[in-house]
Design a protein around this ligand. Structure first.
Ligand code: ARG
Length: 263
């Protein structure tokens, strides 16, 4: 009888321990050793898509989106800051699993890396100093001094402007400073980032000229044969259908997102 009692005791104790372990696992989901860690590159000089705060913390539309994708896809993210210009070659060399950095999906880039389905509708715009009345459109850029970001779609576009004198810079803050200093006549870069910086007082003395020059879509970039692309695409689809994408878009842009193509 004593022996049986003891066994019951032991059984209850082990059951209790088991329940405690399960409870702890649910309470601390990050301790899940099976969660795959994805190294994701970003160039955090692109307000409001990726910004590095003084504390070192990364914030922005892309950061929120990538974290939300990871949550639904069941992987963990480790961001790595990289200059925009080195992003494509770093992906090609598979030194990171993915990159999110307002990267426009282009036919040229698709030759060497892969992209997720489009996650943001974007486009290029001309920015000038507020007092400049001469530059109104593409035609008025002919023969002018233009600043662009190295390796960007803005840089590719600037090459199509007849007789333009192009200066290249590593990051947004640098080419806008050159414009403010009067060294160049215009900047060709991503409209949303520029408009956001103007609206939020981060860029003073600069305005965006009328219409968008291009229609572009941002995608999450991966090496060509990435095994993560499928999970990333499914993650984006989930966020689009469950309202999370809309929430993140509204948080950063205060408006409803436009319709996105499926691929
Ligand atoms: N959308 C442009 C491109 O793909 C520029 C993106 C710049 N992004 C950045 N994080 N600096 O070329």
């Amino acid at each position: 009888m004593k022996l049986i009692n003891l066994k019951w005791h032991q059984l209850i104790l082990s059951l209790g321990c088991l329940l405690l372990i399960i409870a702890c696992k649910n309470f601390y989901p990050t301790t899940n050793p099976d969660a795959k860690l994805l190294k994701v590159a970003t160039d955090p000089t692109f307000i409001p898509f990726e910004i590095q705060r003084a504390s070192g913390n990364l914030e922005g539309f892309d950061i929120d989106l990538m974290n939300a994708i990871a949550k639904v896809a069941g992987f963990a993210v480790q961001f790595e800051s990289l200059p925009f210009d080195g992003m494509i070659s770093t992906l090609q060399a598979k030194r990171v699993d993915a990159a999110i950095s307002g990267i426009t999906i282009t036919a040229e880039r698709l030759k060497t890396i892969a992209f997720s389905r489009p996650y943001f509708k974007a486009g290029l715009a001309i920015a000038v100093r507020e007092d400049n009345q001469n530059i109104k459109d593409f035609n008025s850029l002919k023969g002018k001094k233009i600043a662009v970001q190295i390796g960007s779609t803005g840089a590719d576009f600037a090459k199509t402007i007849p007789n333009a004198k192009i200066s290249t810079f590593n990051s947004g803050p640098e080419f806008f400073q050159d414009l403010l200093n009067g060294n160049v006549d215009a900047v060709v870069s991503d409209a949303f980032a520029t408009l956001y910086a103007i609206k939020n007082g981060k860029l003073q003395g600069i305005r965006v000229v009328a219409d968008l020059l291009t229609e572009e879509y941002y995608g999450i970039a991966t090496p060509k044969d990435s095994s993560h692309l499928d999970a990333i695409n499914k993650g984006i689809a989930t966020l689009l259908s469950n309202g999370t994408y809309k929430q993140i878009y509204q948080k950063w842009f205060n408006v409803d997102p436009p319709q996105l193509p499926d691929s």
